[in-house]
Write a protein that binds this ligand. Structure first.
Ligand code: SF4
Length: 331
């Protein structure tokens, strides 16, 4: 029996593509990827729904490095989809060879996304993956030249589809026909496509790209972020849940601020590597801590701060930051 490896993103298209090939009597195993920007939960749920075994690959470091300098640039936000697809297919291709699969399947649909799924982009992805003649796109196959797998009779081209464009209707109809009832919304899953997250990532890559690691990426998801200087950022929390999440991510080099005499939210100052926060940066961070406290309307507020392992607090009196100042710094 022929064996295929199906790239499984966790969305509807990739699972439809896998099921279409499975229904041709081919032995299909899914493969999904985990990185700093997306996890494997949706892929695991979707694979389980069609009874498909799933290989989970964590390629965090390599993927993160790629997002800093994608050869084919970014999409609408910070999503380097062409490079990302090619990287996934290259990884999957190596596993295909090592484990004796005959070919790979993707859920790509021609012209579904203007930048990453037009005809030219699909060709680039294929070429750059290094496994050009081993990639089948069952949902758009009828709009593409026949692949080796179809020409050699491994796959029946008559049972493939010719979907194209942004409309989701044909996929939803096919899902119904194939008994796939639950699937996430098309946008979900990858932080690189989320505008707010992308703005923070863009800031991180503007000021500290070289050192940015997966810890920095996790931090981008917590609280409010303020770029106060080229070398320093402030993060504040809005509620208990965010405070708990931030607490997990505080490192020994950060300065942690709290108002000394009033209730307020915890503020963290994160400086770039090898940069000691200046007096001005400390004062600004303290003024943000004062602004997000019960003393926000006072003229002068006492704020304490220290690094997590310091035995003693430092104290500083500041005027709370005003709203327009905060707005200009907020990411
Ligand atoms: S949306 Fe995210 S996971 Fe999907 S190809 Fe683009 S960058 Fe990669």
């Amino acid at each position: 029996m022929a064996k295929a490896l199906a790239l499984t993103s966790g969305g509807l298209d990739s699972i439809l593509a896998a099921k279409v090939i499975m229904d041709q009597g081919i032995d299909v195993t899914g493969i999904c990827f985990k990185s700093a920007f997306f996890g494997s939960d949706n892929a695991e749920k979707m694979a389980a729904q069609i009874g498909m075994p799933l290989i989970v690959v964590d390629f965090t470091d390599e993927h993160l490095a790629m997002t800093k300098k994608p050869k084919h640039g970014y999409g609408k936000n910070m999503n380097p989809c062409i490079d990302c697809h090619a990287m996934m297919l290259n990884y999957a291709g190596r596993i295909m060879e090592e484990q004796g699969y005959d070919f790979m399947i993707t859920g790509e649909v021609l012209n579904q996304r203007p930048m990453s799924q037009n005809y030219k982009a699909l060709e680039i992805v294929k070429e750059e993956s290094g496994y050009e003649d081993k990639i089948l796109r069952p949902l758009s196959a009828l709009n593409l030249p026949p692949t080796k797998m179809e020409l050699e009779g491994l796959v029946d081209r008559n049972k493939l589809y010719g979907f194209s464009g942004k409309t989701r209707k044909p996929q939803m109809e096919l899902a119904k026909k194939l008994g796939i009832k639950e699937y996430p919304s098309p946008a979900g899953g990858c932080s690189l496509t989320e505008p707010n997250f992308a703005a923070r990532l863009k800031d991180l890559y503007t000021y500290d790209k070289e050192n940015a690691d997966s810890h920095d990426i996790r931090l981008l998801r917590v609280g409010r972020h303020f770029r106060i200087t080229d070398k320093a950022k402030v993060i504040s929390t809005r509620n208990e849940e965010e405070y708990k999440a931030l607490k997990e991510l505080i490192t020994d080099d950060m300065l942690v601020f709290d108002t000394a005499e009033h209730k307020g939210s915890t503020i963290v100052l994160k400086a770039s590597k090898d940069h000691d926060p200046t007096d001005e940066e400390i004062e600004l961070a303290a003024s943000i801590a004062a602004r997000y406290s019960k003393a926000r309307d006072e003229e002068s507020v006492l704020v304490k701060y220290k690094k997590p392992k310091d035995a003693q607090y430092n104290f500083i009196k500041v005027k709370p930051a005003n709203d327009s100042e905060l707005k200009s710094l907020m990411l």
